[in-house]
Ligand binder design. Structure first.
Ligand code: F1P
Length: 350
């Protein structure tokens, strides 16, 4: 019999190997991606997905605009499908980047169909299964098989698909030099998983904690949102993401000694972000800080800030996993969730 959580655990722990394989594949596809992007002459880029992959779209859009200067947004696929007029800018050549682990989520497929009808640009897809509908739905399709998973909650798939969007950023910015740096990520990820397992277990299993707030700004907000979702899905705990400075504007009234503030710290906004952390510590919150150095979880990656975001994931995933186990839940099969949300006439088919 397979024990509770064994799929999720092996998916979390195998991420460094999956990243290595994925970066190799993406580097091999980079020339094609660069040509595709350059040919498109896009004025704007929209990233989309559902649930986890919607949060990925938020992180990717923020990074894309930061690195290329081209306007980019991340929106849920349901909004692109049902409210396209409020999602797209009229008459602007648009690249739609549709992201889905399963390649089968109904809303994401409908978003792509709706966009094709608008005839306003092209579709690029990132998914994990070549035999599913999304894998052939775009003008350019990238299938990252290293992201396939057996469990419901995404961990390895998310980080692998996120690396796909980083490769798009490099292609769009004609950056051929950063691959050597990106290739440092798998070793850094393995180090984090090795060095901080005990700390993730200790925090995840703490019976004093009853609420979790994940703080991240810029591209790290999408990552904070994904980690918050992991905590909800796997461990059925109260959990919310916020932009760092937003936390003072109301949410801090929820801080108690049972609060864990999970801070995805940057170097560029270091002082502002640490100020929030220190104030919340003074209010009684427990704190875990993640960043390149001088933090509770220190990446020590040597990778530039923009390219190392994927390193925030493994520790938070492990914490959620440990909390689920400590509550007697099976992280592989979150309550009420299915691997894919399929709709028929707008109603879930379960
Ligand atoms: C995304 C999704 C999430 C859900 C769960 C499983 O599917 O369905 O919405 O919360 O984590 O994945 P996909 O389109 O990426 O396959």
């Amino acid at each position: 019999m397979i024990s509770a959580g064994s799929y999720t655990q092996s998916e979390i722990l195998s991420q460094p190997d999956a990243w290595r394989a994925t970066l190799r594949q993406l580097q091999a596809q980079q020339d094609g991606l660069r040509l595709f992007y350059a040919d498109g002459h896009y004025e704007t880029v929209v990233f989309t997905g559902c649930g986890s992959t919607y949060y990925l779209a938020l992180a990717a859009a923020s990074l894309f605009q930061q690195m290329t200067g081209i306007p980019a947004r991340g929106l849920p696929a349901s909004e692109l499908w049902l409210n396209p007029a409020s999602a797209y800018t009229r008459n602007q050549r648009t690249l739609l980047v549709a992201i889905s682990r399963s390649g089968e989520t109904t809303e994401t497929l409908h978003a792509v169909e709706t966009f094709h009808k608008l005839a306003q640009g092209d579709v690029l897809t990132f998914s994990c299964y070549s035999d599913k509908a999304l894998a052939t739905a775009g003008q350019f399709n990238i299938v990252l098989e290293a992201g396939r998973e057996d469990s419901v909650a995404q961990t390895r798939a998310w980080s692998v698909l996120y690396l796909g969007t980083v490769a798009l950023v490099l292609a769009a910015s004609e950056d051929r030099m950063s691959w050597d740096v990106l290739n440092k990520l798998p070793d850094a990820g393995a180090r984090i998983l090795h060095d901080y397992t005990d700390l993730a277990r200790e925090l995840g299993r703490s019976t004093q904690l009853d609420r979790f707030y994940f703080l991240g700004s810029g591209p790290r907000y999408g990552i904070a949102s994904e980690l918050s979702l992991k905590m909800k899905e796997m461990s059925l705990s109260h959990s919310e993401p916020f932009h760092f400075m937003e936390f003072r504007h109301g949410p801090m009234s929820m801080v108690t000694p049972g609060t864990l503030l999970f801070a995805l710290l940057s170097e560029t906004q270091r002082d502002h972000e640490w100020a929030v952390v220190n104030e919340m510590r003074d209010l009684g919150a427990q704190i875990i800080t993640l960043g390149e150095s001088g933090t509770g979880v220190a990446f020590q990656s040597g990778v530039s800030e923009a390219l190392r975001n994927v390193l925030y994931l493994p520790f938070g995933q492990m914490m959620a996993f440990e909390r689920a186990l400590s509550k007697g839940l099976n992280p592989d099969r979150p309550t009420n969730l299915e691997t894919v949300v399929r709709l028929s006439n707008g109603v879930s088919t379960g």
